[in-house]
Design a protein around this ligand. Structure first.
Ligand code: EPU
Length: 322
C-alpha cells in the first residue's frame, strides 16, 4: 500500500525508547507502533506519528536443566530468530518457520502455524507503558494468549510499546508433526530421522508452495480467523456440507477452516482490479499491483457477507485495519 505518515520515528534501542518517553506521553494521540508491518492493512494515511520498532539483538541469556532462554529485541526479524534457534539446536520454534514480521509483534496476536503457537515458547516480554512512562514485564499468563489473541489486542490495545521478548526453548525436542501436511512433506523429502531442521525445512516448503511471499506480492497472511462454533452447529453444517473441514476443540467447540468455506463460496482465485483472493489459499487476500487498502477491505466485506449468507457463520478479520 502506498500510504504516508505525517511523522515517523525509529526506535533503535531500549534506552532510546525510554529517553523518548516524556515526548511520546505528551503526544495528543497514542502513536501507531509498527513492527514489520506484515499484519496491518492501511486504508488511509497516518495523520500523526508512526513509531517503527527497530530494536535489534538476539542472545542466549540463561538456561536450566531442560530449557534455554533467548532474549530478542522487538525489532528482530521473526524468521532470523527461528534460524538462530535451529543453528543453536534449540527446539520449539521450528514449526513457526518463515512467518513474516518481527519478534516484538509475535505476542500481539499469538502467532501460530502447523500445530504450534507462540505461547508454547513464550517466556516473558518487556514493554513501555506510554502514559505511565514505566517499564512493565509480562509473563506468559499475563498476556492472556488465545487463538490469535492477547491482552495487547484487547484490554491494553495501543498502550504499550514492546521492547524485548524472551523465549523458552527446549534442549530436548518434542516434534509436532501431527498436522497432516508436515508428515506428507517429510515423506516427500525422504526424511528418515526427524530433527528440528528437517521440520523447519518441511514447513518452509509447505508455506512457500501455498502462501504468497509478501516481498513479491502484497498480502498480510491469513486475512480472516478460522471461526469457532459449537459442535452442535458443526453437526448441522456437516449434514448440509459433508466435506466441511473442522477441528475439535475443548468445551464442545469446533474450529472451522475458513479457507474451505471461502473456496466453496467461489472466491478462491477471484480478482477484482488489483485486489484478489489468493489462488492457492483462499484465506489470503492479495494486492496484485496498486490496489488501495479500501479495495482490499471492500473485497473482505463481500467475502464476509457471502460466507455468512451461505454457511450462517460469521468470520472475523485477522489483520489489523488502520
Ligand atoms: N482449505 C481449503 N481451501 C483453501 C484453504 C484451506 O479447502 O483455499 C482447507 C484445507 O484443505 C485444510 C484446511 O482448510 O483442510 C486448513 O488449511 P491450511 O492448513 O492451509 O490452514 P488454514 O487454517 O487455512 C491456518 C493459519 C495460518 C497457518 C496455517 C497452518 C489462521 C487464521 N491461519 O490457516 O496462519 O499458517 O493454519 O497452520 O489460523 C496467518 O495467520 O497469517 C497464517 C498464515
Amino acid at each position: 500500500m502506498d500510504v504516508r505518515a505525517r511523522y515517523l520515528a525509529r526506535i533503535g534501542s531500549h534506552n532510546e525508547l525510554e529517553a523518548m518517553g516524556n515526548r511520546i506521553a505528551e503526544l495528543p494521540e497514542n502513536p501507531l507502533i509498527l513492527g514489520g508491518g506484515s499484519n496491518i492493512l492501511f486504508t488511509k494515511n497516518v495523520d500523526g506519528w508512526v513509531f517503527k520498532n527497530e530494536i535489534s539483538g538476539m542472545e542466549i541469556i540463561g538456561e536450566d536443566n531442560d530449557h534455554v532462554y533467548v532474549k530478542t529485541g522487538a525489532g528482530e526479524n521473526w524468521h532470523r530468530f527461528v534460524l538462530f534457534c535451529i543453528e543453536n539446536n534449540l527446539a520449539g520454534a521450528e514449526n513457526l518457520s518463515l512467518i513474516p514480521g518481527n519478534t516484538g509483534a509475535s505476542p500481539m496476536q499469538n502467532i501460530g502455524a502447523y500445530g504450534v503457537e507462540l505461547k508454547d515458547i513464550f517466556y516473558e516480554l518487556e514493554a513501555w507503558h506510554i502514559k505511565d512512562k514505566a517499564w512493565v514485564k509480562f509473563s506468559n499468563a499475563d498476556c492472556h494468549f488465545g487463538y490469535r489473541e492477547s491482552v495487547f489486542k484487547k484490554k491494553y490495545k495501543g498502550q504499550f510499546i514492546i521492547s524485548s521478548v524472551t523465549f523458552k526453548l527446549d534442549k530436548k525436542p518434542v516434534f509436532h508433526i501431527s498436522y497432516g501436511a508436515i508428515e506428507q512433506e517429510l515423506e516427500k523429502m525422504g526424511v528418515r530421522e526427524l530433527n528440528i531442521r528437517s521440520i523447519a525445512d518441511a514447513v518452509i516448503r509447505i508455506r512457500s508452495s501455498k502462501l504468497p511471499d509478501p516481498a513479491l506480492i502484497g498480502n498480510a497472511g491469513s486475512f480472516f480467523k478460522n471461526p469457532e462454533i459449537t459442535d452442535l452447529q458443526f453437526d448441522e453444517l456437516k449434514k448440509k456440507y459433508p466435506g466441511i473441514v473442522g477441528y475439535t476443540l475443548p468445551d464442545n467447540k469446533v474450529k472451522l477452516a475458513a479457507g474451505w468455506m471461502i473456496e466453496q463460496a467461489g472466491w478462491k482465485g477471484f480478482r477484482e482490479g488489483n485486489a484478489g483472493c489468493h489462488e492457492k489459499q483462499a484465506l489470503v487476500l492479495v494486492n496484485y499491483g496498486h490496489a488501495t487498502g479500501t479495495d482490499i477491505f471492500n473485497l473482505s466485506e463481500k467475502i464476509l457477507k457471502d460466507v455468512s449468507e451461505k454457511f450462517g457463520v460469521l468470520m472475523e478479520r485477522e489483520v489489523n485495519i488502520y
